[in-house]
Design a protein around this ligand. Structure first.
Ligand code: NAI
Length: 218
């Protein structure tokens, strides 16, 4: 049903938010919604919403609004949520354990099949139903198990080493929590997570009014 084959990354970055809001509407038995109502909920302008959603086909009708279920399902498909993915986490410290314990990722189709660390105190402990394995076994594990996504939760000095193992074993998607830019071949996708950047943005916004006052007071 998609109109275009390629969607701009700017639109792609907004899709999870559409997906989340449409999911909430569905759970509340809302069958259709206008771009204006969606705009009031999501915070994007109605024209932005119409432009974005126009990428995927004719889900909106003048005077009717959008068919919530059809749009939700189509966006889910575009986000690849109609498939299942096997993931492994390397680094079972604070972040690794938090990600492993977040069961909602499973609901979305991301299945944790292995978790690895190098700390002997952690190896052998279970997180949910997964026993933390020695990272020395990572390569062997990746050879014997199909894994789609490698998740890096080790200190930044160790991150490239883990990325290299992922690449060597054919993993094509890396979710990187370490604050470092990874060197990978062009056919490997890296999505970096930066909680601290989000926190610094929050800090800026907290101080924005004050900064602005200082500026115009000058
Ligand atoms: P942590 O020290 O609690 O956990 C790191 C774990 O990695 C430890 O269990 C350690 O034994 C293990 N490890 C180290 N080298 C390894 C290797 N070569 N192979 C396997 N395991 C290895 O650290 P934390 O707080 O969980 O942070 C992990 C990473 O996430 C760090 O790079 C940190 O900078 C980053 N981080 C990123 C955030 C973000 O917003 N993306 C926020 C907070 C931390």
């Amino acid at each position: 049903m998609g109109k275009k084959t390629m969607i701009s990354m700017a639109v792609v970055r907004r899709l999870p938010k559409y997906y989340r809001y449409l999911g909430e509407l569905l759970r509340n038995d809302v069958e259709r919604i206008s771009s204006k109502e969606l705009s009031e909920r999501i915070g994007f302008t109605a024209s932005q919403i119409r432009q974005d959603l126009n990428n995927f086909g004719d889900f909106g009708q003048q005077g009717y609004g959008y068919n919530v279920r059809a749009l939700y399902e189509e966006i889910g498909k575009i986000l690849g949520l109609n498939k299942n993915y096997n993931t492994v986490i390397v680094g079972a410290g604070n972040i690794g354990q938090a990600v492993a314990n977040y069961t909602n990722f499973e609901r979305l189709g991301f299945h944790l099949v292995g978790i690895f660390d190098r700390n002997p105190k952690l190896i052998g402990i279970s997180i949910r139903d997964k026993v933390i394995q020695d990272v020395d076994n990572l390569e062997e594990f990746l050879k014997n198990n199909h894994v789609d996504i490698g998740i890096i939760c080790v200190p930044k000095e160790q991150a490239q080493k883990i990325a290299d193992i992922f690449v060597k074993c054919g993993i094509k998607a890396i979710w990187n929590f370490a604050p470092t830019d990874l060197n990978v071949p062009d056919d490997v996708i890296v999505e970096n997570v930066h909680l601290s950047e989000s926190l610094l943005t929050l800090s800026y916004r907290l101080n924005e009014a004050e900064l602005f006052k200082e500026k115009i007071g000058r």
